[in-house]
Design a protein around this ligand. Structure first.
Ligand SMILES: [Zn+2]
Length: 307
């Protein structure tokens, strides 16, 4: 009994250890910190719904998904800063029409009070999408988010044509969750994204989650189109490898595409501590130069981040 009690850590100790582990990762690499292109900040009522979804995902998918960082917004932001995340995003996305413009106004306000956040915006295939995307760009949006499974739309929907044209013209990247994992949707998978790229070959896209489970097809796309990147969000972790393993045959391509891979975490909606997203990259054993490129240099270059 005594042993059990002494082994128990206080919340402050747990928090300090969580932070120390992340800082040790980038300090060892000689970096000034990290950049995380895939973090979620959104209006409270929307985030509460997302958390409800993950709470109920266990019974639906047979996998328990405890949110590791269920804290209020200020505490989450402080934790990222304590980790040493020098730039992050506020990924948010609509699941229905007439929602994206409202999310964008929230995100603009969030970015204005959060200088280390890359001003994020989103869209939905609907009349007027080109107009509010142009407005978001004029307000300083630097990254967009598209969630194909939640939005239940095709990236190749003609209503998105003006959006892709604008984003190609301004060279603003969109993080697109288009892979069929962890849950497939009517329009998920590589084909519709490939069609978009055929028509907009210079479009900057960041394929979320390395495109899982269609890792190979999305790596093909990055080889073929010069502005296609992939984010590592949740990929290579023990949690993901158990169900949607990365194909060992594609490992060498991670090195070839070293300049096109970006660290992302999915903070705060992850079922493990933040350090696992970094340990997972380290376990790939692709070298420190690869880690520096993926966790820092590539995002600095892509977003023109002053460091
Ligand atoms: Zn995400």
């Amino acid at each position: 009994m005594t042993d059990d009690l002494s082994a128990e850590k206080s919340p402050a100790d747990t928090r300090a250890a969580d932070i120390a582990a992340v800082r040790a990762f980038w300090e060892r690499l000689g970096l000034p910190g990290l950049i995380d292109v895939h973090t979620h900040f959104m209006p409270k009522q929307v985030l509460d719904k997302v958390w409800q979804y993950f709470d109920s995902a266990g019974p639906l998918t047979g996998r328990v998904w405890p949110i590791a960082y269920r804290e209020d917004e200020d505490a989450r932001m402080q934790r990222l800063r304590d980790f040493g995340i020098l730039a992050f995003s506020s990924m948010l996305y609509p699941h229905k029409p007439d929602m994206a413009a409202w999310l964008n106004s929230w995100a603009a306000e969030f970015a204005a009070r959060t200088p280390d956040c890359l001003h994020t915006a989103t869209f939905y295939p609907e009349p007027g999408a080109g107009e509010y995307v142009a407005e978001a760009i004029s307000h300083g949006a630097r990254i967009f988010k598209s969630h194909v499974q939640v939005g239940n739309y095709s990236p190749d929907d003609p209503l998105l044509n003006p959006v892709w044209e604008l984003l190609q013209e301004h060279q603003i990247p969109t993080v697109i969750h288009a892979g069929s994992g962890p849950a497939p949707g009517t329009f998920t998978g590589p084909a519709p994204v490939n069609d978009v790229l055929e028509r907009h070959p210079e479009l900057p896209l960041i394929i979320a989650h390395m495109g899982m489970p269609e890792y190979t097809e999305f790596l093909d796309m990055a080889e073929r189109f010069p502005n296609v990147y992939l984010d590592t969000t949740m990929a290579f972790t023990t949690f993901t490898e158990a169900e949607i393993p990365f194909p060992p045959a594609d490992r060498a391509r991670l090195l070839t595409l070293q300049d096109r891979i970006l660290h992302g975490s999915d903070f705060p909606n992850i079922p493990y501590p933040y350090i696992e997203s970094l340990d997972a990259l380290q376990r790939l054993d692709l070298g420190d130069d690869w880690l520096r490129a993926v966790c820092f240099d590539n995002a600095v270059r892509l977003f023109g981040i002053a460091v």
